[in-house]
Design a protein around this ligand. Structure first.
Ligand code: ATP
Ligand code: MG
Length: 240
């Protein structure tokens, strides 16, 4: 093979690799749609690459920074997710195949963020949802995200109060986060809750159990830093 041919082969292979490992074809199409619709102008750099989703810093046509979360269609095992979709009356008609479940998750996170916005919960503002891509406000500065709580640790008792109030506001609005931990809290001037894909409405048969788990996670974490609150009392207050 000639050098040129070898290089062409290599480029093709790399391109395919990028398409399959970073953006699958459908995701690329969805990104193109978002650009065409004027929702974003560019995808700038990755903020987080995870098992289930990748989050990128992106820019809008009016030069504002936003976060886009791209749920991975190809690689996510969906058996773990089903518990959170089944029993949620908003998502009863979802077919049981991987792609549809993932797309439903993006939509679910978008809807849950809308509930948070209405309820005054500190969370990213939802801007748009296209297939498996969620566009939301970026909690950070100049396109760079603020750290999550697991990195920085809680700062004061106010952090715990704000968090518990947000959990209560959500519950009053009929929503339970269901995956709350120090990993899904971003520390800006104030703290923000993120990652609402697994959030369920309180009609979900396990909603109360998820609420208790969320509160327990938070109280246990803060207790390690000396901020202690009684679990039973906090639960009573949350439900009141
Ligand atoms: N709106 C946002 N603004 C700034 N940073 C964000 C935003 N949303 C997510 N991030 C960053 O991206 C990371 C991953 O986001 P998120 O928790 O929503 O995804 P995930 O479902 O946990 O992904 P995975 O489980 O695959 O790692 C967060 O820990 C946070 O650092
Ligand atoms: Mg997370």
């Amino acid at each position: 093979m000639t050098k040129k041919r070898l290089r062409e082969n290599y480029m093709l292979k790399e391109q395919r690799k990028v398409e399959s490992e970073v953006f699958d074809k459908e995701t690329l199409k969805s990104l193109a749609k978002l650009i065409k619709k004027g929702i974003i102008a560019s995808v700038d750099f990755p903020i987080s690459t995870g098992k289930e989703a990748n989050v990128f810093s992106a820019t809008t046509p009016s030069s504002e920074h936003v976060a886009i979360k791209i749920y991975k269609i190809e690689t996510t095992p969906f058996f773990r997710r089903e518990e959170y979709l089944e029993g949620d009356p908003r998502f009863t008609k979802i077919k049981k195949n991987n792609k549809d479940v993932i797309i439903a998750f993006a939509r679910k996170e978008y809807k849950n963020l809308q509930i948070c916005e209405q309820a005054g919960v500190h969370a990213p503002k939802p801007f748009y949802c296209e297939r498996n891509i969620l566009v939301m406000s970026l909690i950070g500065d100049q396109g760079l995200p603020y750290p999550t709580m697991n990195v920085q640790g809680p700062r004061n008792a106010d952090d715990l109060e704000i968090l518990l109030q947000d959990i209560k506001k959500m519950y009053k609005a009929g929503l339970v986060h269901a995956d709350l931990s120090e990993y899904n809290i971003i520390l800006g001037e104030i703290l923000y809750i993120i990652d609402f894909g697994q959030g369920v409405v309180i009609k979900h048969p396990n909603a109360e159990r998820f609420l208790e788990r969320d509160v327990k996670n938070i109280l246990n974490y803060f207790a390690k830093f000396g901020y202690k609150k009684d679990f039973e009392e906090t639960m009573k207050w949350t439900r009141s």
